[in-house]
Structures are given as structure tokens and as C-alpha cells.
Write a protein that binds this ligand. Structure first.
Ligand code: ACM
Length: 533
């Protein structure tokens, strides 16, 4: 009888647990909850079992999380005990896309089998989301999950030029991407408002180009200038540290070095690379540079040599097979007005400035390709003809991405109307943002595959990316405020099967996700808690 009551209690306990606690974002492909089965209780005697050294980063990540939030330090071993194991098993025979894993939980323990190291890392992220959001009673409901990503390119961007964020915060940002099973981080390292990466051959890029003497106050065009010096940069040692940190989280960092425009910080340091070499260029202090300030590089041999030297150092730091070379918003008026630009065009038989833009990108592509890497560029790199191997990042809507896919080029969708998280998330925001509106539901509803593409062309849509431009984002808490929960919506677009998308279910799961964010000390708008949005 006592036994019966015990089982009854376990039964009801696990029912209530399952009802409340299964809340995973992005939603896995298949979740089978074993209602009525006893949960697994993690305790100090639980062991993490791995069958390959290559799973150490995933095991360590789980252990660090348990240590940080539950004060549990588990041992990691190769030989399982009789029970109470959290087994992480690499098995290349597991069918499916790279990243596929199967997770089972019963009262004896957890077993996660994955077809690659990152698959196991994703299983660990799921396990973390099965843990309670308070610091008590670590019971995980009995279940079976089968899961795999929808897209191979799942990414967030961060602009560290308009405002600089230190290494500690960049690492936290990478952890946020990892929690959402993203696998790329696009690091926007250079722009008009500050150059943020140490280049040994050109020290003025950071001694001069990393600093501006003020920023406009308020929404562009602003109500004045705050006169406060702003800046900072990452040393090469710090870059290496961040790259390694991301690698352990199966995130590839794609560095962006902007050209031929968005280069005022370069020109402040090395004006001889501009179309007005005698001008006193300054690191920009106001937003909305396009057409109003000369921020364009002169396409001379000296400039190409400079860019090749910079990219050589960048490529040595970032193992990424992809290098983003910008290419956006280059106003043609500076080349039109420059005698030297016009001479270069004549020499190379280029009939207009669009052809010059294409020539510029093609030359850089050749150099990057010669080092075994591929360029990514904003969709303006289509102007005047696309470089042969370039990946196109479609931001001015989907038009550029559609054209590129039709030309058999890989495409990353990041249309500003749907995936720019620096836009306001509420009609009336709590603080200053870009003056455009992007509510959570509009992000969730976005699908990166344009219906006008044929099935074959659709294969060129590599994935999508959320962008976070930092003109009006001055501190880490504000980054988080703008990022969450639109990052959650993005992750579901990118990871979950399209057929599983369900906004009201997502909102339900988000409620528990916010509790996890509370545990982790993440800032988000409490309007989401009141359903007042
Ligand atoms: C962009 O937003 N200028 C890529």
C-alpha cells in the first residue's frame, strides 16, 4: 500500500512537472512526454558520461551551468555507473542533418546521442532548458526528443562600432546565441564611428580610428553633441580569446571589415586612402552618413595593398571560412567627383561607378579566395555584377537575396523590415530606438524562403540572421532589452520545422523562458509579462 501511494505521488508529481516545465525554445522537431513516468533527479552523485574527448566542451558547458545556477559540480567519466548517468554519446551512424540528436530521459538518467559534437552541444542546450528555473529540486521529466536544425546558417549580428562592448559582454552575447542553437556570430567590427580590431601593421587604425570625440544627442539628426569621447577596441589577443570561446560553443565568428564605404574611421587614421587625401577626416559623430559625408575609399593600388594587409591579419585571427567585406551604402558621388577615381575607371574600362564598385569587390574577392576563404557582402555587391563566389546578405528586403539565389549564389536573409532588432519592439518604446517598428509577432511570422523561388533556387537560401545596429544601444542591458525575446522568435524561424510553428504556443513557452532569463540576470521588457504589447 505504501508503495502504491509512493507511485501515485510520483505519478502526480511528474504530471504537474511535465505540464509546467517542458518549454524549449527553439521548439524541437519531436517531443514525446512520457506522462506518468517518474522524472530523473539530478544530484551531486550524477555523472556526466562521454564516449569521446571531443565532447568535453559540451560536458563542461553543462557542468558550468549546473555549478553556476545549482552549485553542483559533477564528475565527467568514460565508464557509466549503474544508473544516475547523464550520457553524451557521439554516434556518427545517427542519420539526419548535421546537428541531429536524440534525447531520452527516464528516472534512471539522461541519454543524448548526436551525430556530431555540435549535435551533442545542442542536446546540452535542450537539457539546460529542461532544468527548473528556480534553484531547487532538479527533476527532469521523462521524455524523448528528436531534433535537428532547419537551416545551416543561424546567426545574430552585433555592431560594436557605433557603440563599443567589452570582451566580457561579447562572451555573454555568444552564450545567448548558443542557448538558442545559433551557429554563427557576425561581428561588425569596423564602421564610420570606430575601428574596433587591432591591426599590427596599421596602429593608427586603433590609436586614432577607435575613438570619436562626441556623439549626437537623441534621434538623428539629433539635438546637439554630447562631447563625450567614446571608443575602444579589441587587441589581437582578446580576439583570439573570443574566437576560442565561440568555438567551444560551436559558433563561427564572421568578422566584418567594411569597404569601400563606411570607412570614416579608416580615413581619420589614413586620409591618403580617401578620395580627398588632403581633407581632415574625423571619426564620425553623427548617424546617417550616407551621401552627406565622404566615407569612401579611393580604389588605388595603395588602398588595395592596405586592405590586403588588413585582411591578412584578420584571416589569421579568425578561422571562419567566411569573411564579410561590407559593400553597403557606398555613395557614388565621391567617386564621381574625384579625378583620380575617374582615371582608375578609364584605365580599367569601367563605364560607371557601379562597375567600379563591382571591380572593387571582385578584386577583394580574388584576394580572399586566394587564401581559401569566401566573401560575404551586403546586397549592394550585386550592383554592377556579382563577384563569382560571393555570398549575399539580403538586407534591403528580399529582392537582393532572390536575385542572388536565381544566379546560384548562397543567400543569407536579413531583411530590415523583419530582422533588424534595433527597430522598436513596441509602438511606444521605453527608451530611444531607431524610428521603425518591428514587433515580436512580425519576427516570428517571417519565413526566410521566398515563395517565388523554385525548389532548386530555394536551396540557395542558406539561412537568416538578426541584426543589431548600435546607434541607440549604448550599454549591455540595452542590447539585451532589444535582443530578447526577438532572438527567441528568430531561433524558432531558423531551427524548428516550419510545420511546427505556432505563435500562441511560442508565447506560452516564452513565459517560462523569461523565468530562465530572470535566473540568468538577463534584461528584457516586463511588458511581455503583462501581455501588454
Ligand atoms: C545595412 O543596414 N546598412 C546593412
Amino acid at each position: 500500500m505504501k508503495n502504491l501511494i509512493f507511485h501515485y505521488l510520483l505519478f502526480t508529481f511528474s504530471l504537474s512537472l511535465s505540464a509546467q516545465e517542458i518549454s524549449i525554445i527553439p521548439q524541437p522537431a519531436v517531443v514525446n512526454l512520457h506522462k506518468g513516468s517518474s522524472p530523473y533527479q539530478i544530484n551531486a552523485k550524477s555523472k556526466i558520461i562521454i564516449n569521446s574527448d571531443s565532447l568535453k566542451p559540451a560536458a563542461d558547458f553543462l557542468n558550468d551551468y549546473l555549478q553556476k545556477y545549482f552549485q553542483l559540480q559533477l564528475s565527467t567519466a568514460y565508464i557509466p555507473g549503474k544508473d544516475n548517468n547523464i550520457s553524451l554519446i557521439l554516434d556518427s551512424r545517427l542519420d539526419g542533418k548535421k546537428g541531429t540528436y536524440v534525447l531520452t530521459v527516464d528516472f534512471k538518467g539522461i541519454s543524448a546521442t548526436g551525430n556530431s559534437n555540435e549535435a551533442i552541444f545542442y542536446a546540452v542546450q535542450t537539457i539546460i532548458q529542461l532544468l527548473p528555473t528556480n534553484r531547487e529540486n532538479i527533476a527532469i521529466p521523462a521524455l524523448m526528443i528528436i531534433d535537428y536544425p532547419r537551416f545551416d546558417y543561424r546567426s545574430m549580428h552585433l555592431d560594436v562600432s557605433r557603440h563599443f562592448f567589452d570582451v566580457a559582454f561579447i562572451k555573454r552575447y555568444i552564450d545567448y546565441l548558443a542557448l538558442h542553437k545559433l551557429n554563427y556570430f557576425h561581428w561588425h567590427l569596423t564602421d564610420d564611428h570606430g575601428w574596433r580590431i587591432e591591426i599590427k601593421k596599421y596602429p593608427k587604425l586603433t590609436s586614432v580610428g577607435a575613438w570619436r570625440n562626441g556623439s549626437i544627442i537623441g534621434l538623428y539628426p539629433g539635438t546637439g553633441n554630447d562631447g563625450i569621447k567614446h571608443g575602444g577596441y579589441y587587441t589581437q589577443e582578446q580576439i583570439k580569446e573570443v574566437v576560442q570561446y565561440a568555438e567551444k560553443r560551436y559558433i563561427t565568428i564572421i568578422p566584418e571589415i567594411e569597404m569601400p564605404a563606411h570607412s570614416m574611421a579608416v580615413l581619420a587614421a589614413y586620409p591618403e586612402l580617401g578620395t580627398e587625401p588632403k581633407k581632415k577626416y574625423e571619426v564620425a559623430q553623427t548617424w546617417g552618413i550616407f551621401n552627406k559625408f565622404n566615407n569612401v575609399l579611393q580604389p588605388t593600388e595603395k588602398t588595395f595593398k592596405f586592405l590586403e594587409n588588413v585582411l591578412t591579419e584578420v584571416m589569421a585571427l579568425f578561422p571562419s571560412p567566411y569573411i564579410h567585406i561590407g559593400g553597403d551604402e557606398g555613395s557614388k558621388i565621391w567617386w564621381k567627383n574625384s579625378v583620380v577615381s575617374q582615371q582608375i575607371m578609364k584605365r580599367h574600362n569601367l563605364k560607371n561607378e557601379s562597375a567600379l564598385q563591382s571591380y572593387f569587390i571582385n578584386r577583394i574577392e580574388k584576394f580572399v579566395n586566394s587564401k581559401g576563404k569566401t566573401i560575404i557582402g551586403w546586397d549592394e555587391i550585386l550592383d554592377g555584377g556579382l563577384a563569382p563566389n560571393a555570398v549575399v546578405m539580403s538586407w534591403r528586403g528580399e529582392k537582393g537575396g532572390i536575385s542572388a539565389a536565381k544566379e546560384n549564389h548562397k543567400v543569407i536573409m536579413t531583411p530590415e523590415t523583419r530582422l533588424y532588432f534595433n527597430h522598436a519592439q513596441f509602438v511606444k518604446e521605453d527608451s530611444l530606438t531607431a524610428a521603425k517598428f518591428l514587433p515580436l509577432s512580425a519576427v516570428y511570422d517571417y519565413d526566410p524562403i521566398p515563395t517565388e523561388l523554385t525548389e532548386v533556387q530555394q536551396k540557395y537560401i542558406w539561412g537568416a540572421q538578426g541584426n543589431l545596429w548600435s546607434e541607440y544601444i549604448t550599454n549591455p542591458a540595452k542590447v539585451e532589452y532589444m535582443l530578447f525575446p526577438r532572438l527567441d522568435a528568430l531561433s524558432e524561424i531558423l531551427w524548428s520545422p516550419k510545420a511546427n510553428k505556432n505563435y500562441s504556443d511560442f508565447l506560452k513557452r516564452l513565459k517560462i523562458q523569461f523565468k530562465r532569463y530572470d535566473l540568468m540576470g538577463i534584461t528584457y521588457s516586463n511588458r511581455y509579462l503583462n501581455s501588454n504589447y
